[in-house]
Design a protein around this ligand. Structure first.
Ligand code: BG6
Length: 472
């Protein structure tokens, strides 16, 4: 019998890092760009808005040169729908088309593969005002937007991601600033109707990509992390299965197999929240196939059984995904894990477990589209940022990714969050994630100069050795 030894990481492994348009670019209402829901939402107190961010719009050449210096093989960024179509449909803003064209060309100049997210939390405000994802026609709007991207960039962009963290939009849209429940009586129904439209839009766009760009590859980018049961009580295990289905498998079962997860279906029935599904929808979703799975991973969650009684339902909401659902599961703080300064659990072993689980369910190559540590970094007087805590976090996650690869899980790439400091979804720019420091404070812009953090030099070595050397 021949035993196949799995090599650690393939030679063409896509090392890189990620950003999203509304969090990094700035110039959010200029150069022809229309407002997105991020520009019209109420900004959380004490945090900056998205007018400047890292000013990537004006610094992209310098920033991509720094990524090239680190040795990036890929750069994951998103395209702001309203920079291309200011109202989400209709007239195209040529300046927007040109901007991303320049970003793509700059990447290619350095042999960096652009990995383009088509939608990252920034729905055109004009479409939101018409009903957002609740309106069935939005599927056509998204397909139209995708067609424009494929026409303009398809000859240069090989890797595409459809929707960033569709599951977080559904589970914690209020924190991200994307859920409007005005006049809604059944929130669950609205959320899962929106979700159905997103799933359908994604399926149509995957199909369109394959038709228009035969050499390209496309996949989803949900936030997937394994849910642990709080104990070995059988009921806690059932609770963990429930939440795994609602948080994770619904999205990938649909993207890969075109089926509604049965546990989620039951949950929707119980909430009178079965979405309206038109004839042909399920066939479209079954026919569309991703080429790979992109997923964001920050931490696992732990849940215990909730018997539905008043007391049991008072469980605390977890840091990312709001893991409390009366009568289904209740969030449980995992006592075995350390936490970041911002209270997020740190779980590299859970990363490996998540990769294994995804691979055993779907058997598709995987690219990590986000993973990282948000922290208050300090710039020293001599221009250094000693972010050993970030190095430690990333090292431990890469170690587990490599073991998962040796165990036979097909790994395509690793793109931590974030390439450069940018504004967090709701905790400001002082919650820094980047390898590149941007010299600004929450409200004081300073000189916006870029500095290489210690993690910058470390990651450069990691990439140069294809993940072999993870030492400082
Ligand atoms: C992911 C998002 O959920 O996590 C990013 O795709 C986000 O947009 C990142 O910035 C980190 O979360 P936060 O809330 O710290 O910005």
């Amino acid at each position: 019998m021949i035993i196949t030894k799995h090599t650690p990481l393939p030679k063409d492994f896509l090392w890189g890092a990620s950003t999203s348009a509304y969090q990094v670019e700035g110039e959010n209402l200029s150069h022809g760009k229309g407002p997105s829901v991020q520009d019209t939402k109420e900004i959380p107190a004490g945090t900056s808005g998205f007018e400047v961010c890292a000013d990537f719009y004006n610094h992209y050449e310098e920033d991509i040169a720094l990524m090239a210096e680190m040795g990036f093989k890929t750069f994951r960024f998103s395209i702001a729908w309203t920079r291309i179509l200011p109202t989400g449909r209709g007239e195209i803003n040529q300046e927007g088309i040109d901007f991303y064209s320049n970003v793509i060309d700059t990447c290619l100049k350095y042999n960096i593969e652009p990995l383009v997210t088509m939608f990252h939390f920034d729905l055109p405000d004009a479409l939101e005002k018409m009903g957002g994802w609740s309106r069935r026609d939005i599927v056509d709007d998204f397909v139209n937007f995708a067609r424009i991207l494929f026409e303009n960039y398809g000859s240069r962009v090989k890797y595409w991601l459809t929707i960033n963290e569709q599951n977080m939009l559904t589970l914690v849209g209020e924190a991200i600033g994307t859920s409007d429940f005005t006049g809604v009586t059944n929130k669950v129904k609205k959320l899962y109707q929106d979700n159905h439209h997103m799933l359908l839009a994604q399926a149509k766009v995957m199909k369109l990509c394959h038709e228009m760009l035969p050499g390209a590859k496309i996949g989803p980018a949900p936030n997937i992390s394994l849910i642990y049961p709080a104990s070995c009580k059988p009921k806690d295990n059932l609770a963990a299965q429930n939440f795994n289905a609602i948080r994770n498998w619904l999205y990938l079962d649909m993207a890969v197999y075109g089926i509604y997860n049965n546990l989620v279906w039951k949950y929707l029935e119980e909430h009178d929240a079965i979405p309206e599904i038109e004839d042909g929808d399920m066939e479209i979703m079954k026919a569309a196939k991703p080429d790979f799975i992109g997923f964001n991973y920050y931490n696992t969650s732990t849940v215990e059984w909730d018997d539905g009684s008043e007391d049991a339902a008072s469980g605390k909401v977890d840091q990312q995904s709001g893991a409390t659902e009366k009568g289904v599961y209740k969030a449980f703080p995992n006592p075995n894990l350390l936490r970041t300064e911002f209270g997020w659990e740190i779980d590299p072993d859970g990363f490996r477990a998540t990769i294994r689980e995804i691979y055993s369910r779907y058997h598709l190559p995987m690219i990590i589209t986000e993973n990282g540590l948000g922290a208050y970094d300090t710039l020293t007087e001599d221009g250094k940022i000693h972010d050993n805590y970030r190095i430690e976090y990333l090292r431990k996650h890469i170690e587990q990714l490599k073991i998962a690869a040796e165990e036979g899980c097909e790994m395509m790439g690793y793109c931590p969050w974030s390439a450069i400091d940018l504004v967090s979804t709701h905790e400001g720019i002082v919650k820094r994630y980047g390898f590149i420091y941007v010299n600004r404070d929450e409200f004081e812009l300073k000189d916006m100069k870029r500095y290489r953090k210690d993690s910058f030099y470390w990651y450069k070595k990691v990439i140069a050795t294809n993940g072999e050397d993870l030492t400082d």
